[in-house]
Design a protein around this ligand. Structure first.
Ligand code: SF4
Length: 413
């Protein structure tokens, strides 16, 4: 089976939608004002608060085999003192060293479940490391191997924009309770805003439960930052498109009239994931034409028509279970990030498993966790230095914890 890097080189070069240089070492473009090699050209870049410092030559000049040897040796010496957390969308060269593999919230909970560990090296993106820091103990460090590994979706909503949104909403709809619900894929200060304002966090697994619970407390909800997860979840609950509107933070009243806002039960922030918005109904139709009987499963970060056309939709964990519960000979087309799809295809060689998107556009920010960065952070820990520690200020963490705890307290519907 070709590697993700091979697929990208072959496919992305033919298309204008992805940057074509993903296989290049991420430190070569670390200072560029973009999400870098492999990024969807639909992304608008948000400047990095703390840019990654240059890597020492010992790491940038090492071969893949030398980096593997450095990581293995450092990991062995660190033992249980350090846990490596690997997201489902992470590249194989990293995932093979992970102590735990999972989605963002499962991995953050590992930080809580392992009080014996001194540090967690989070091989994911920035908001995930923040969540792990919020849930881990005060004396435990969370490290993000490359500070440039952000999330373009999370960057689409910042605190100043969200505060301005609520100021305008309260002015347009005086006296009304409006609850903010934020997807896990958001910055810690947005989660904290939700904690302070009767709001809550959700994941792609529990968005329906959380939204239902939010409607017990308010007539209206602002869903941040992913419009697609918000729309798909609300539609599945019977909320019509007419009862939803979109908030564009660059326009007065988010681009709505006061009357449109008054009619809306769900106000969707206009964020999106550039990886998942690439999936289309045409791709599903093509898969069905080529493989009659194919099961199509997509992530709810995909646009609503794609979710409607699929056989099922759900979080990365749901997608993993669909494959696990399939039978030898089954054909499964998946609408999510390519690293996860390729790994499932390798794990189940007796089934036909493929990504709906013929042009490979992986999560380019996740891809920035190159083995060189992992080797550097582990060897630094071994030498007593904590590089790239992600620290959420305690007042922000306390408010964010309130919103996370509300999520955990919500009962499944
Ligand atoms: S796949 Fe999309 S939402 Fe997930 S980390 Fe990457 S850019 Fe963010």
């Amino acid at each position: 089976m070709p590697s993700v890097a091979d697929l990208i080189t072959r496919k992305a070069a033919q298309e204008a939608t992805c940057d074509t240089e993903l296989p290049a070492e991420p430190w070569q473009t670390a200072q560029n004002a973009s999400y870098g090699p492999g990024a969807s050209r639909g992304d608008t870049f948000a400047p990095l608060p703390t840019p990654q410092s240059p890597l020492p030559a010992r790491y940038t000049q090492a071969s893949p085999e030398e980096l593997d040897a450095m990581i293995t040796a450092a990991k062995d010496k660190l033992g249980d003192r350090v846990k490596i957390l690997g997201h489902f969308y992470q590249r194989d060269e990293i995932v093979k060293f992970a102590d735990f593999i999972g989605d963002s919230f499962n991995l953050a909970q590992q930080a809580k479940a392992h009080p014996e560990a001194e540090a967690f090296v989070f091989c994911g993106v920035h908001f995930m490391a923040e969540t792990a820091d919020i849930l881990s103990g005060a004396d435990q460090a969370v490290v993000l191997p490359n500070l440039n590994a952000g999330c373009s979706m999370a960057d689409m909503a910042n605190l100043a924009q969200v505060e301005a949104c609520f100021d305008q909403l309260h002015e347009a709809l005086p006296g009304e309770a409006i609850v903010p619900v934020t997807y896990m894929n958001s910055a810690a200060d947005i989660k904290a805003f939700c904690g302070r304002n009767d709001g809550v966090v959700c994941t792609s697994s529990n968005a329906a439960t959380v939204l239902k619970e939010a409607f017990e407390r308010a007539e209206r909800v602002v869903f941040l930052p992913d419009q697609h997860l918000g729309r798909n979840t609300a539609r599945a609950m019977g909320i019509t498109d007419k009862q939803m509107c979109m908030w564009n933070p660059n326009e007065p009243l988010g681009g709505n009239t006061a009357q449109q806002l008054a009619q809306a039960k769900v106000i969707l922030w206009n964020g999106f994931c550039s990886v998942h918005r690439r999936f289309t109904v045409e791709q599903i139709e093509k898969a069905r034409a080529e493989y009659p009987g194919v099961h199509v499963v997509v992530h709810p970060e995909c646009p609503a028509p794609v979710v409607d056309a699929a056989d099922s939709s759900g979080s990365t964990e749901v997608i993993r279970r669909v494959v696990e519960n399939s039978a030898p000979g089954d054909v499964i087309a998946i609408g999510t990030e390519i690293n996860m799809v390729n790994r499932l295809a390798q794990q189940y060689p007796d089934r036909t498993i493929f990504c709906l998107d013929p042009v490979v556009c992986p999560c380019s920010t996740m891809y920035r966790i190159h083995p060189a960065y992992l080797a550097w952070t582990l060897e630094s820990l071994l030498e007593g230095r904590v590089e790239n520690q992600i620290v959420v200020p305690e007042d922000t963490a306390a408010d964010a914890r309130v919103a996370l705890e509300r999520m955990l307290a919500a009962k499944p519907c």
